[in-house]
Design a protein around this ligand. Structure first.
Ligand code: AMP
Ligand code: FE
Ligand code: FE
Ligand code: ZN
Length: 286
C-alpha cells in the first residue's frame, strides 16, 4: 500500500486530465494519491469522484507558491476544505496574479521581437492557474524554440528576456490559511531550496510536515530530511511531483510513500480541530 502525494493535472501545469491521472496511478500500483496543482484546487472534485469510483484513496491538496525573505518556497496543503471561503479567495487572487504574469511575460517577449500571442498561451493553458510551462509550450508550438528546455533556457528562466517576477503569498499567511481551512501544511521539496535552515524556521512557525521523498532528492538527502523531520517533530511525506508527459516520461509512482504516513497526516488534520464545512469534499478511506 503506497501513496504518491505530489501530483499535477491540467488544472495547473501538468498534462493529465483527472481521469488520466487516476488511470496512471492505478497502472503503477498506487493505493492513494493527492492532487497538488499550483495555487488551485480546481482538479480535486473530479479526481476525487474518479478515485472513489475506482477504489483509489484520495487526498485533496494544492501546492501554494509562497515566499520567505524574498525566496520562493512551495507549501503543500493537504486535507484543506476545498470550499473554505478565505482560502478560496486567496487562491483566486494567486490565479489572477498568474494570469497577469502571463500577459506581462508575453509583452516582454514581444518587446524582444518574439511575436508570441497571449491567446496562444491561454489556449494551451486552458486553466485558471497558468505558468511558465504554458508559455514554454506556446513558444515550441509556434516554432520559436525547439523544445521546452530551450524555451526556459533562452527566455523564461530568472533574468532571461521573458522573465517576470511573481508576487507571492508570505509563508506565514499560507500556514495560517491552511490551518484555518482545516488542513495540514508541508514544505515541498526542501532540497530544491538549497538552504536547510529554512526547515527549522518553518517548523517554529507551525509547519506540520516535510516532503522528505522527491525525485530530485538523492537517497542521502532523503535520509537527512527524514532525520530532520524526526528531530523537529514534523510529519514525513513524499511524492513524485509528476507533471504528466510535459517533461519526458511521467514520474508518477517513482516515489512511493508508506501508507502509514498518510494515516499520520489524517490524524494531524483532526488534531487541528477545525470543523470542516458542508462543502468539504469527502476523502476516501484507505
Ligand atoms: P511558474 O510557477 O510559472 O514560475 O513555473 C514554474 C514551473 O515551471 C515549475 O513548477 C516547473 O513545473 C516548471 N519548470 C521550471 N523550470 C523548468 C525547466 N527548465 N524545464 C521545464 N519546466 C520547468
Ligand atoms: Fe509545476
Ligand atoms: Fe514545487
Ligand atoms: Zn509540484
Amino acid at each position: 500500500m503506497f501513496a504518491d502525494l505530489h501530483l499535477h493535472t491540467r488544472h495547473s501545469d501538468g498534462t493529465y486530465t483527472p481521469v488520466e491521472l487516476v488511470d496512471a496511478a492505478q497502472r503503477v500500483g498506487l493505493s492513494t494519491i493527492a492532487v497538488t496543482d499550483h495555487d488551485t484546487m480546481d482538479g480535486c472534485p473530479a479526481v476525487c469522484a474518479e478515485a472513489e469510483r475506482r477504489g483509489l484513496g484520495f487526498v485533496p491538496g494544492t501546492e501554494i507558491t509562497t515566499e520567505l525573505d524574498g525566496r520562493e518556497l512551495h507549501i503543500l496543503a493537504y486535507f484543506v476544505d476545498v470550499g473554505h471561503p478565505e482560502l478560496s479567495v486567496e487562491l483566486a487572487k494567486a490565479q489572477a496574479v498568474r494570469q497577469q504574469r502571463i500577459r506581462d511575460m508575453v509583452a516582454r517577449l514581444n518587446s524582444k521581437n518574439v511575436p508570441l500571442q497571449v491567446e496562444d498561451v491561454f489556449r494551451i493553458a486552458n486553466c485558471n492557474a497558468p505558468g511558465r510551462p504554458h508559455v514554454a509550450r506556446a513558444l515550441v508550438e509556434r516554432g520559436y524554440c525547439a523544445n521546452l528546455d530551450e524555451a526556459f533556457d533562452r527566455y523564461l528562466k530568472k533574468d532571461r528576456p521573458g522573465w517576470v517576477p511573481k508576487r507571492k503569498m508570505s509563508v506565514e499567511r499560507a500556514l495560517s490559511l491552511i490551518h484555518a481551512a482545516g488542513g495540514v501544511a508541508v514544505m515541498a521539496h526542501p532540497g530544491l531550496n538549497h538552504d536547510d535552515t529554512m526547515v527549522g524556521r518553518l517548523a517554529r512557525m507551525d509547519l506540520d510536515g516535510l516532503e522528505c521523498f522527491h525525485p530530485r532528492h538523492s537517497p542521502s538527502a532523503s535520509m537527512r530530511y527524514e532525520a530532520m523531520a524526526r528531530q523537529l517533530g514534523l510529519l514525513v511525506t513524499g511524492g513524485s511531483d509528476c507533471h504528466g508527459t510535459s517533461k519526458n516520461r511521467p514520474t508518477i509512482g517513482t516515489v512511493r510513500l508508506g501508507i502509514e504516513h498518510v494515516d499520520r497526516l489524517k490524524e494531524r488534520r483532526f488534531a487541528v480541530g477545525v470543523q470542516q464545512t458542508a462543502s468539504s469534499i469527502r476523502t476516501v478511506s484507505v
